[in-house]
Design a protein around this ligand. Structure first.
Ligand SMILES: [Zn+2]
Length: 236
């Protein structure tokens, strides 16, 4: 279980230490957009603003192109790799908002990021999880905010812990062709992009696709239990 400490009125944070990596978790109770809009979108936004000059007014451009929903309601949670975070802070280092600066300061204070001459660099590989608690509507529609953290944590493990990734791949490989086919269909119906990584996140962290376990062979079920055990050994 991840324990949070409050950073200020609208952001809680926790760091989960692994052997060679750290998982930084933010729970955002308010101002999700002000903290994370540019950090999350700067990669994609280079299509419209090639030189890394995204300004706050650009949110209107972004919303027109990408979404009709308010930004605060667009994501339940989010996982980012450290390379995306470092790229963002280097690109925007002279134009950070107070909210973004707060996140940067926290990462520096905890010796996750360091300033080396003109540029920031990471002290280690780290994952970055955001749990968006800023609108109630979101959390009434899914099975609780803890399942969001678990989902994103499964992304973290898949990217940074080879043992977990191997177990996920082994499980998927052990399923039948028919199971794989049905799974992909189900993802399509739910309008989710399919990947083995994403499937593991939904199966491990949330109730989605649990009912599919009845189609698993005995050997598969063993692999599934093994995977859940590995996940819990990191998470708990
Ligand atoms: Zn996901």
């Amino acid at each position: 279980m991840i324990k949070f400490t409050p950073l200020n009125m609208s952001l809680d944070t926790a760091i989960k230490q692994h052997a060679n990596t750290k998982c930084v978790v933010f729970a955002c109770k308010d101002s999700f957009m002000l903290y994370f809009f540019r950090i999350i979108e700067h990669d994609v936004f280079t299509i419209y603003k090639p030189k890394g000059t995204m300004r706050w007014g650009d949110i209107n451009v972004w919303l027109n192109v990408c979404s009709e929903d308010p930004y605060e309601e667009r994501y339940y949670g989010m996982f980012l790799e450290h390379t995306q975070i470092i790229t963002f802070f280097n690109k925007y280092k002279n134009r950070l908002s107070v909210h973004e600066k707060e996140i940067l300061d926290y990462l520096i204070e905890n010796k996750i990021i360091v300033k080396n001459g003109k540029y920031y660099r990471s002290m280690m590989n780290f994952g970055f999880i955001i749990n968006n608690l800023s609108t109630d509507r979101i959390h009434k529609t899914v099975d609780g905010s803890e399942s969001i953290v678990r989902h994103e944590y499964s992304h973290f493990l898949f990217r940074y812990e080879p043992k977990y990734k191997r177990a996920v791949n082994r499980l998927y490989k052990s399923t039948t062709a028919e199971y794989k086919q049905n799974l992909k269909k189900r993802f399509k119906i739910k309008q989710l992009g399919f990947s083995i990584e994403e499937w593991a996140c939904y199966r491990i962290a949330q109730a989605k696709f649990k009912s599919y376990d009845k189609y698993l062979t005995k050997a598969c079920k063993k692999e599934m239990n093994n995977l859940i055990k590995i996940f819990n050994s990191y998470y708990n």
